[in-house]
Design a protein around this ligand. Structure first.
Ligand code: G4P
Length: 527
């Protein structure tokens, strides 16, 4: 009984955004409003996005598990919120894609002067693939931006998503006066205090009908018309459509000036999706209330300490009650493992976990037994459908400085690929040797090289390959045979021996699709 109650209390989510939209700021403000931190005493998390790779790695080393990759758990309105933070740097977006496999909802944060930006779109597509419900937050209303009606239309069109405003902005930039609730027509006034966003700002409220003296007659008229239009032709909030990932409730505010945070937080605690069921490889459904503990690994983080290989596996609890020191079975290998010293994360602090419930994330010290995508379960073997790989956009090969180190290189590559640092592709003629490396971001190669040097004592030179696209090959066997015959196509094998096409141009992909009968190509690994 306790299990079901605790599971129902969890809300596990991540924030997706283009760099600079304000994710770091919003994360801090959510914690501030949930009374989980006091900003005055905490150092603003240094963003990895502005650092070169060497700094980034040094920083990771110094800080152990950094705020940028951790999980923040806090309570609000009786709910337990797990916020999975994602790397700031675009080159590590594969990490973000994997993290999205572990959440039940996402907040899509946008700068209202920019609307949908390339990374917003890409991350939203990953959410859509999994039908993750998405809440939209339009940020930086204290600055000038796009006309709200245009912005909503634009988001809706570009993402092919129904967008339902929950509140509506009263002006923007210097004239930003607050938001009005679409449903109740209650206005929350924007008041910024002198604390530079360090403290909670109490906002006063009033009915929209009384706000004219504050916002001025012309603004009042404009917004009245917009509200009219929205009530006639706008999208209305529909909870089921939200949970199905078809409709996104939309909020407006300014993270920097602490405005609109409370409303977003209240929505997340109240309406975001509770922990969901997960399908196993043989298509059984495991619900959170299932009495057997199950979970899966969505991320492995190494502290890159050359002396002791300290790896932490981040595990999402899917069902049952997790208890410290319990023995579990790894679905892939059948090996058993004791869940000793499990950790939870709160900002920079880590603490030992005694129990955890569906929706929670725990960190387990991994002696090298776990891989990204692994299922662990109590009482016997079980495997959830894995976490897919995303098509890399950069490719290369490693050349050894010392040929005697071949074995160490192969071991290192294999282990680091299991951690998700890079992807490996193999040529059918040369087998597991001379693997091609694939990454979503170039910095992944730098991390790889650095870690090979520090942890495996292998010095290797990275040579880039001209490919730009990788597509998993499906469809008819004839199509695959056709591709393999063509001298200009590079067909390789992925970690599972499944065929993958590498091309230098989009033209190559289109040519193959037009000419190979029954060919299907996927930019996400089919599971
Ligand atoms: P990110 O993690 O998504 O990359 O964004 P981050 O929070 O670091 O915010 C990017 C920039 O946008 C920061 O400014 C931040 O202060 C600013 N910002 C965030 N929210 C708001 C907002 O509501 N209004 C306005 N006007 N600005 C906002 P910066 O100058 O790059 O850094 P900093 O010196 O302020 O730290």
């Amino acid at each position: 009984m306790n299990l079901e109650k605790e599971a129902a209390r969890r809300r596990t989510f991540a924030i997706i955004s283009h760099p600079d939209a304000g994710k770091t700021t919003l994360t801090e403000k959510l914690l501030l409003y949930a009374n989980a931190i006091h900003l005055a005493g905490s150092v603003k998390a240094k963003k990895t996005s502005r650092h070169a790779v060497s700094d980034w790695m040094k920083m990771e080393q110094e800080r152990g598990i950094s705020v940028t990759s951790s999980v923040l758990q806090f309570e609000h309105l009786g709910r337990v919120l797990n916020l999975l933070d994602t790397p700031g740097h675009a080159d590590f977006s594969e990490d973000t894609y994997r993290t999205l496999a572990a959440v039940d909802s996402a907040v899509m944060l946008m700068d209202h002067s920019k609307g949908v930006e390339p990374r917003t779109k890409k991350l939203f597509d990953v959410c859509r693939m999994r039908k993750v419900p998405v809440v939209t937050f339009m940020n930086k209303l204290d600055r000038a931006g796009l006309e709200p009606l245009e912005l909503v239309d634009d988001v809706s069109e570009q993402l092919n998503l129904r967008v339902a405003p929950i509140n509506w902005p009263l002006g923007m930039g210097r004239n930003f006066k607050g938001v009005v609730d679409i449903h109740t027509r209650e206005v929350t006034l924007f008041e910024s205090n002198q604390s530079h966003g360090m403290q909670i700002v109490e906002s006063s409220k009033m009915p929209f009908s009384e706000v004219e003296p504050i916002i001025g007659a012309s603004q009042f008229e404009k917004i009245s018309e917009e509200l009219e239009l929205l009530s006639e032709a706008g999208e209305r909030y529909d909870h089921d459509a939200f949970l199905a990932g078809e409709l996104s409730p939309c909020f407006w505010g300014s993270a920097m000036s602490n405005f609109g945070i409370e409303m977003l937080l209240e929505f997340l605690a109240g309406k975001a999706a509770p922990p969901g069921a997960r399908r196993t490889e043989d298509d059984a459904e495991i619900v959170p209330g299932h009495d057997r503990f199950t979970g899966f690994v969505f991320k492995i983080q190494a502290n890159m300490n050359p002396r002791h290989r300290d790896r932490v596996a981040f595990m999402r609890v899917v069902s049952g009650e997790f208890e410290r020191d319990m023995d579990v079975t790894i679905g892939r290998s059948g090996q058993t493992m004791r869940m000793a010293r499990p950790q939870s994360f709160m900002a920079q602090d880590r603490s030992l976990v005694q129990t955890a419930y569906p929706g929670d994330i725990i960190g387990i010290h991994d002696p090298g037994k776990l891989r990204v995508g692994d299922t662990v379960s109590q009482k016997g073997k079980l495997r959830f459908a894995g976490i897919p790989r995303f098509a890399p956009e950069h490719f290369g090969q490693l050349r050894l400085k010392d040929p005697m180190k071949r074995k160490q290189l192969d071991t290192g590559l294999e282990q680091l690929a299991h951690e998700g640092v890079i992807q490996l592709f193999f040529r059918p003629d040369t087998g597991r040797q001379s693997a091609y490396l694939g990454a979503v971001g170039m910095l992944q190669f730098e991390v790889l090289r650095e870690r090979l040097k520090n942890e495996y004592n292998v010095n290797a030179v990275f040579e880039s390959l001209p490919f730009k696209y990788a597509r998993w090959i499906g469809g008819s066997p004839e199509a695959l045979a056709w591709l393999k015959r063509g001298a200009s196509f590079h067909v390789l094998e992925d970690r599972n021996g499944d065929p993958v096409l590498l091309t230098e141009s989009e033209w190559g992909i289109n040519y193959a699709l037009e000419n190979a009968k029954g060919l299907e190509l996927y930019d996400v690994e089919p599971l």
